[in-house]
Structures are given as C-alpha cells and as structure tokens.
Design a binder for this molecule. Structure first.
Ligand code: ADP
Ligand code: MG
Length: 375
C-alpha cells in the first residue's frame, strides 16, 4: 500500500462568510514526493499551505498528515515546516543561530544543536557563512538559510511558498537544482507553491493546476502539458493553438473537424468522439513546422498542411516564434534552431509558407467532450 503523507478531503475555505478562496479541494500527496500547486496569483495556493501548516482552519473538509487527522492541532505540533518567499530570517541572529532557533526553543542540549545545525549547513552548502548576519548574505544564501532553518527540526513535510520569487532568473534556475538535490537527500515530502509554470514543471513529481480556488487538473508535468483538460490549463502551461468545431467524420484513429478558423482538418482521436459533437483541440506550436516547400508525407503518415503568410517572427536565439496568417486566422509555430546554416534562406515576415504538422500531434481537450479511448 502506498503511504500518504498529506491528504486533503473536500477542503473549502470561506473568508468573512462570503469569499470562497479554496473550493472543495481534494488532494492525495504521497510520502516523499515533490508536489506543486501551480496557478495564477490569488487562486488559493497560499491558503492551502496555511491550512496544512495550521495557520488557518478549513471551513469545511478534512486534512490528514501521515494518516492522522490534524484539524485543531496547533501549528507547532504538526510535523510540518514552511519556507516563505520573503525568507523571514531573524535580522539580529547570525546564520548559525537562525538555523538553531527552533532547537534552542525546545532547549535541546548544546552538542545536539551543534550537530544538527552542522548537518544542515552541509546540506545547504552554507559552509564559510555561519558567522554572517542576514544583511551580509546574498538572496540565494538567505533562501538557503531559510530552508536549513525549516528542515533542522526534521519535519516530515516541507511547505515552500514561492521560495524563489525574489531571486533573479539565473539564480532561480540554480536554486531549483539545489532544491531538487536537497529533496533527494532528505527524502521527505515537499509541497511547493508557485505561479511559474516552468518552475513547477521542472522539479515536480505531480502538479495540481489551480484557478479560482479549484484544482483544474492534477497530473505529472508531462500529462498537464501534453494533455491539458481545458483551455485554461493549455494556456497557463505554455502556449498553444486552439481549434474549435464540430466533428464531421470519424475514421480509424482520426476524426475530421470542421473548424471555425481553418476549415476541415484531421485530428488524432485520442478520445472517443462522435459525429456532430462540438469539441476543442490543442496543438502545441513546437509541433507545427513552417517551410517554403510543400512537405511530402511519408508513407502511412497523416499530415495537415495549410498555406499562409508569415505575420510575425520573434527570434530568440535558440528558436524563432512564428505567427502565420492563414486567411483571417493565425497559427503559432515555434522553430527550434537545431542547426544553423549560413546559406539557408531564413523564413521571415511576409514570406509565403506552408504550415504543417503530424495529425497525431494534437490533443482533444478533455472537458470539451469525448471519453478516454479504452487502452
Ligand atoms: N485572511 C484573509 N481574509 C480574506 N481574504 C483572504 C485572506 N487570505 C487570502 N484571502 C483571499 O483569498 C484568495 C486566495 O489567496 P491566496 O491563497 O493568498 O492566493 P495565492 O497564494 O494563490 O496567490 C485571494 O483573493 C485573497 O485575497
Ligand atoms: Mg500566495
């Protein structure tokens, strides 16, 4: 049997008897996993963490920690600790004493305090900084002290509320890798809150995508990216092209959709669909190719080919983002520069192009209809 670390059952939080910040959320988080709550600002992520930590009580619903109901248990008696965005270090204590703080409160013997703090200093690679005051540390170092301080009391769950938001992009990438390493080393459950999809995607075992107090989709990073349940998830996690229309014909593994913007197009039937049904399909721009020449479909492969004119190009070094006008509508196509040929004639603004993709590379948005195809 799997061990569950944190389980939320139908948890709702209503503030001031009127505002529902968290709406009937159920979550099962396994022992030792790296779990992320991802969603736009104000969607209820922090409120969920505060309920797990014990700073707020749910209005309805239940929370268990390691199999025990914790509603009513005060925060300091829960085996949970939190790392906040603003670090919340004690400015008048040096690094060592910041980390030692909770152990001193519990009046642990001096040799034990020294041993535990030293272990955390090794883990977070703060050697050489123990005597420094918080004001003498860089942002990344402060964050590492906050993590060490939260871990020193050996919680079974670590809550991290946008811990990297105050750092610049390069440092954030670096700290993400460090967090991943720390997680591997301590082996406890991490619940990570962020509004940044790339952060959540890169380190999580599972991601819960939230909006307006609700969990919209829960899955692995691969699942939420490749098969989003609705337009909100598809848009929030990366960029995409949408096709909306009625199913005209169903044939083997494909169906023909009469799309509002591009006419009839074949899509892969990853869900059971029926003729006449209105559905929405998502096609990621990196799956779409832009060429001057008409593509030739290999034997047995279904291609969709549209003719258009390049409307916009954004050169990003590693890739170019194209927007191609097809009649009155637009498609996005991202071209990865895997090679750079100096004699290649670069596709640019106003060029006549073919826009094409493998029919298998799209996904029916689950919530727009259809039922999963039986395995
Ligand atoms: N103590 C509170 N009283 C009233 N409203 C609150 C309180 N705490 C949070 N909220 C509201 O609940 C919603 C969710 O907040 P929060 O959980 O902080 O979102 P997130 O962390 O996803 O940005 C917001 O609209 C916020 O204004
Ligand atoms: Mg928040």
């Amino acid at each position: 049997m799997k061990e569950y670390s944190v389980v939320l059952s139908n948890v709702t939080k209503i503030f001031d008897d009127s505002f529902t910040a968290v709406d009937n959320v159920s979550l099962t988080i396994e022992q030792g996993e790296f779990f992320s709550l991802l969603g736009p600002s104000g969607c209820g992520k922090t409120t969920i963490l505060r309920m797990i930590a014990g700073f707020e009580d749910p209005t309805f619903g239940n929370i268990t920690l390691n199999g025990k109901n914790i509603i009513g248990t005060p925060p300091n008696e829960r085996e949970v600790n939190t790392v906040f965005q603003n670090y919340a270090l004690f400015p008048h204590l040096n690094v060592f004493e910041n980390i030692a703080f909770s152990l001193r409160l519990r009046r642990e013997p001096e040799d034990q305090v020294r041993r535990k703090v030293k272990e955390m200093i090794e883990l977070t690679r703060l050697n050489g900084h123990v005597e420094k005051m918080p004001s003498q540390l860089s942002g990344g170092q402060k964050q590492r002290v906050a993590i060490a301080r939260a871990l020193v009391g050996r919680p079974t769950v670590l809550l991290l509320d946008e811990p990297l938001a105050a750092l610049d992009a390069k440092l954030r990438q670096h700290m993400l890798v460090e967090l991943d390493t720390i997680h591997d080393e301590v082996g406890i459950t991490f619940i990570y809150v962020t509004h940044d999809q790339s952060e959540a995607m890169s380190i999580s075992d599972h991601v819960a995508v939230m909006n307006e107090g609700e969990i919209i989709q829960l899955g692995t990073p691969f699942e939420v990216y490749e098969s989003p349940v609705n337009a909100f998830v598809a848009n929030f996690i990366g960029e995409t092209n949408f096709f909306t229309g009625n199913v005209v014909k169903v044939e083997d593994e494909y169906f023909l959709l009469d799309t509002e913007k591009f006419g009839e197009i074949w899509f892969y039937k990853d869900m059971e669909v029926i003729e006449g049904q209105e559905i929405q399909v998502s096609l990621r721009p990196e799956k779409v190719k832009v060429t001057r020449d008409m593509p030739v479909a290999p034997e047995g492969v279904k291609l969709n080919v549209l003719k258009g004119v390049v409307d916009e190009t954004i050169y990003l070094g590693n890739q170019t983002k194209y927007t191609v006008a097809i009649g009155q509508s637009y498609l996005k196509a991202f071209k990865q520069h895997v090679r750079y040929l100096f004699d290649e004639v670069i596709i640019t603004w106003k060029d006549d192009v073919y826009v094409w993709w493998f029919a298998d590379d799209s996904y029916v948005l689950r919530e727009t209809g259809g039922v999963p195809v039986e395995e």
